[in-house]
Structure formats: C-alpha cells, structure tokens
Design a binder for this molecule. Structure first.
Ligand SMILES: [Fe+2]
Length: 361
C-alpha cells in the first residue's frame, strides 16, 4: 500500500485500510474499489490522506501501534467519563471519577504497555476515523503521544500514568463550551476565542475537586496551552512556572491538532507537524521534549513516497528505529523511469542522500 492524497485518487483505486466511524464500526472496508462518490464523501469528511493499494508495495501494511480493541475501549471509557462529568456539572464537588478514572487509569496502563513493548516508531496515520466527536479521538491521541514522549524521557511509571490520565482529561473543560463555537470553521471573534480559552480554567476547576485525582492531573488541563515564553493562556505563565507534564502534553496537543483530519482544513503529514514544533522549540516548546517526540514517531511513515536528492523516488517500507527521519525505501523510479526491478535503499546507511520532497499524488 502507499499513502496518497485523497484529492489525487481516481475512481477504481483499491482502498488498503479500513475507515471507521467513532464506534470503530467499519464504514469503508479495505479491499474495496473506491467510487467517485466515496472519494467525494471522504473529502467532505476532511480525510486528507488514505492508504491505497499500489503495484510496488502490496506486501507493506499500515499497522496501528494501539490495537483496535484498546482504541475502542479507550474511546468508550472517555465517552462515559465525559458524559458523567457533563451531567454532574462543572462546579459539583463529586467523586464521579472514582469509578471512571479507574477505567481511564487502566486504559492508560494498557496504552503504556503497548508503547513500551512496541519496537516500532509511532504512527497514527493508520487509524482513520470519521467522527463528529473529535474530542475523544483527540484526547486519546494526545495521551498516546504524551506517553511516548514520557517513555523516551525515562519518566517513572507513576509519572507516566499521571501524564496519561492528564492527557486523556486535558480538554475536559470543552464539554461545557457551546459546540457551535467549538466547531466553528470560520474565524472566531475575540469574544468567542475568550470562551474557548476558558476550557482550561473550567477543566482545572472541575478536576482539582476530584479527590481521587492527583493535583497534577488538574494542572495538565490548566496549563496545556501555556507556552515557555509566556505567550500562552489562560494565565500567560512562563517556563519556570509550568509543570513539565503540561509542557509535554502541549507538544502532543499541537502535533495531533495539525496532523488530524478536520473538515475545515487539510491535515498535515508528520514531518510537517514536526516542523511546526521545531519552529517553536525554545520559545514555545521545550526543545528536549520536542527531540524526544521526534525520536518516538515515524517522521516518514510506511507507505509515503519520497523523492531523494539524486532524483530517485521510493516508498517507505520500514523505519530505522534510532534514525526516525532516515527510513528504508523501496526505489520504484530512477532516471525518470518506473522500475520493473525495485530495490531497497536504506537512508540510515547512505549519508550523502537527503529527502527533497514528499510525493502525495
Ligand atoms: Fe485544549
């Protein structure tokens, strides 16, 4: 399979990954021939890239780091937790997370085990969901990325579980924000932006009253939009006053936001999302954490077509674990001609070649 931009796909192309709804029910099954109508629907849903079958790489499959079952359970756990919180209201001093936090805590431990046992670099491109409830997929993805950074930085198990729960609940304040403002595709007014910003304070106020949650979890919700140079919100605090967990979740949050499929803008690919983080490394984001993040994800995931500095074109077939931006390619085009005999090129071993462009047609 190879990764292709949905816009460039022609009818008759064979889908190489299933596309799910938010309850993990298959909407379009892999192996199916895409019709013009299906392609239009995918574009309408904001799906920017999909895996399609390809003559050169039919032996390569996208593989999720998190098994479908765990993703489904995590989404269900988030949904029921958020629903209960919404029913209770933001200012009630209740202990409703007692039961659910345990669920979320269990889920976080399972995700952590998957990340720790997985030798592969992280990619979530293989999980495509069409969902109106962006918040659940987002919260889960942010937890997965945050845990990956924490693991790379050798955080203790206790810290990792707190980070995971904090990441799962970082945007919980949003359930009290008018969805019309939250999902507004057009530019927000100043007043609307203030309302959106308040999700940090609302989340904090709610979470800090939960006696079963560590205080740092509440601070993850409070501080995840703060930035090192003090340019964030809600308080504009700077580096020295920020909790490390919140710095880490802020990085995962921005990366997932720009690389996720949304109806109103195209999703970026991982290497483009990383560029955003690097642009902010020092002023906005902790450089060491951005580096740790880069080391845990597949910068060029399997299936991506790349052009090299010598003009050859290839498709990523494997990752080099310690050299996350130097994958192994299968060369499919040389001197402008498609090859019948493809061969491997390991960028981890060839130092004089660089990736000059990412081809998505
Ligand atoms: Fe947020």
């Amino acid at each position: 399979m190879k990764l292709a931009s949905t816009k460039s796909i022609k009818p008759g192309t064979i889908l190489a990954q299933s596309i799910y709804n938010e309850n993990s029910v298959v909407l379009l099954a892999k192996g199916m021939s895409l019709t013009a109508k299906m392609i239009t629907r995918l574009l309408d849903q904001g799906i920017t890239y999909i895996y399609v079958e390809d003559e050169f790489t039919n032996d390569i499959y996208p593989e999720s780091v998190i098994p479908d079952r765990l993703r489904r359970e995590a989404t269900e756990s988030l949904k029921s937790t958020f629903k209960q919180i919404k029913q209770e209201g933001p200012l009630r001093n209740s202990y409703i997370l007692n039961k659910n936090e345990k669920n979320l805590g269990n889920i976080v431990e399972q995700i952590l085990a998957e990340i720790q046992n997985n030798e592969k670099s992280l990619t979530l491109l293989s999980d495509i969901f069409i969902s109106d409830d962006y918040i659940f997929q987002h919260s889960l993805n942010v937890a997965i990325y945050s845990l990956a950074i924490g693991v790379k930085l050798n955080y203790s198990r206790k810290s990792l579980v707190e980070i995971g729960v904090g990441a799962m609940l970082h945007d919980v304040g949003k359930i009290f924000i008018d969805p019309e403002i939250l999902n507004k595709p057009e530019q927000l007014t100043d007043n609307e932006f203030e309302i959106i910003k308040s999700h940090t304070q609302i989340g904090y106020d709610y979470l800090r009253k939960q006696s079963d949650l560590s205080a740092v979890v509440a601070h993850c919700a409070y501080q995840h939009h703060e930035r090192l140079d003090g340019s964030g919100y809600p308080r504009g605090i700077s580096e020295k006053d920020m909790l490390p967990y919140a710095k880490l979740i802020g990085i995962a949050d921005v990366f997932d936001a720009v690389t996720s499929n949304r109806i109103y803008r195209d999703a970026m690919l991982p290497h483009e999302g990383l560029e955003i983080l690097y642009a902010g490394a020092m002023n906005l984001f902790d450089k060491e954490m951005v580096e740790a993040f880069k080391k845990s994800i597949a910068v060029y995931p399997e299936g991506l077509s790349l052009e090299l500095s010598d003009g050859r074109q290839g498709i990523v077939i494997r990752q080099n674990k310690e050299l996350c931006d130097r994958p192994v390619l299968r060369i499919v085009k040389e001197n402008g001609k498609k090859l019948t005999d493809t061969y491997e090129c390991n960028l981890g071993k060839v130092v004089n070649l660089t990736v000059t462009s990412v081809l998505t047609d």
